[in-house]
Design a protein around this ligand. Structure first.
Ligand code: NDP
Length: 298
């Protein structure tokens, strides 16, 4: 039996970032416009520190202006909203995000709603959610945009395909379903209350797993030849008993990769699949936001 094509998210995201860098250079040359991305981190969550550093580095590599603001964990919500308001008004900043999670005393929904929707490169403000759902030009969350780029690159035209999305979070499941709907797919959204999930998953010409449960999707959940996009990032003990005993861990997705590879037509691995696309698509959103703010794009 043929094995699935394994989608290389590292190589593809490098191509996307190179294309963005070319566009940024042309914007500077032709319009004197340098796109700027501001990232605000409240507190010292170790994973967030890594993500924020990574975003800053890749923003600079793309030739954009990068601003990282690190605020102490005790920053009040009012003080954070003031920082957001200043960045909303800053003409050198075209994209702005607050890294989540924020400390418990800050309401993420209030913060998301305070970001100027035209600068909301995480696509989490209610205005962008509404724009996406109603088919208007929107900024959509980066990971779902990355899933779409990988699918379009692998399959070409997505029209008429049945896409099953497992997961309905505001960050991944719902926006990826909206983007697939925009691409004229027929959509099924599954979640923790879905009955007979394996049978529902098997309907998908496209199967997107965004659950956060290690290797939940088994080979016999997959329609032969389907394109499987595994968004999940789960840390589990190493497979090697000695390494596991030493506390070593590995990353796995929501899909059982080896089983799925034997059935699917295309599959993203974890790591090195969807993950690297996320920052690339954040930069893409920043570029789009800068062009729209300068009247250079719809
Ligand atoms: P959430 O926890 O917000 O959402 C998980 C979704 O999965 C929920 O809708 C939940 O259903 C559903 N679910 C949970 N258990 C089951 C089950 N047994 N059967 C069916 N559905 C289930 O997670 P996120 O959407 O934020 O993230 C999902 C995964 O993607 C995580 O592993 C996360 O780390 C990863 N991720 C990866 C990114 C990347 O860059 N590659 C970026 C963002 C996330 P219900 O709504 O009913 O509770």
């Amino acid at each position: 039996m043929n094995e699935a094509n394994v989608i290389d998210g590292v190589a593809f995201s490098a191509k996307v970032r190179a294309k963005i860098a070319d566009e940024v250079a042309a914007l500077k040359r032709d319009h004197g416009l340098k796109p700027g991305l501001a990232v605000v981190l409240v507190g010292e969550d170790p994973a967030s520190q890594v993500y924020v550093r990574n975003k800053g580095e890749q923003t600079l590599e793309a030739g954009m202006h990068s601003l990282t603001l690190r605020l102490p964990a005790e920053t009040t919500q009012a003080a954070l909203l003031k920082v957001v308001d200043d960045l909303n008004k800053d003409p050198t900043i075209h994209g702005l995000l607050v890294q989540f999670p924020v400390p418990d005393h800050i309401d993420p929904l209030v913060v998301q709603a305070a970001i100027n929707p035209d600068k909301d490169v995480d696509g989490l403000s209610p205005v962008n959610i509404g724009r996406l759902a109603s088919g208007q030009p929107a900024l959509a969350p980066a990971t779902p945009v990355g899933c779409m780029m990988l699918l379009e690159d692998a399959l070409g035209d997505l029209r008429g395909k049945h896409a099953v999305v497992i997961g309905r979070s505001n960050l991944v499941g719902k926006p990826v379903a909206q983007l697939l709907l925009r691409a004229d797919c027929t959509i099924t959204i599954a979640h923790s209350r879905t009955r007979d999930l394996p049978a529902v998953a098997r309907l998908g010409d496209i199967l997107v797993a965004a659950v956060g449960r290690p290797e939940m999707v088994r080979g016999d959940w997959i329609k032969p030849g389907a394109a499987v996009i595994d968004v999940g990032i789960n840390r589990v003990p190493s497979r090697r008993p000695k390494a596991a005993a030493e506390g070593k861990t590995i990353l796995v997705g929501d899909v059982h990769f080896e089983e799925a590879k034997a059935v699917a037509g295309w599959i993203t691995p974890v790591p090195k699949g969807v993950g690297p696309m996320t920052v690339a698509c954040l930069l893409q959103n920043t570029l789009t936001a800068a062009k729209r703010q300068a009247g250079l794009a719809d």
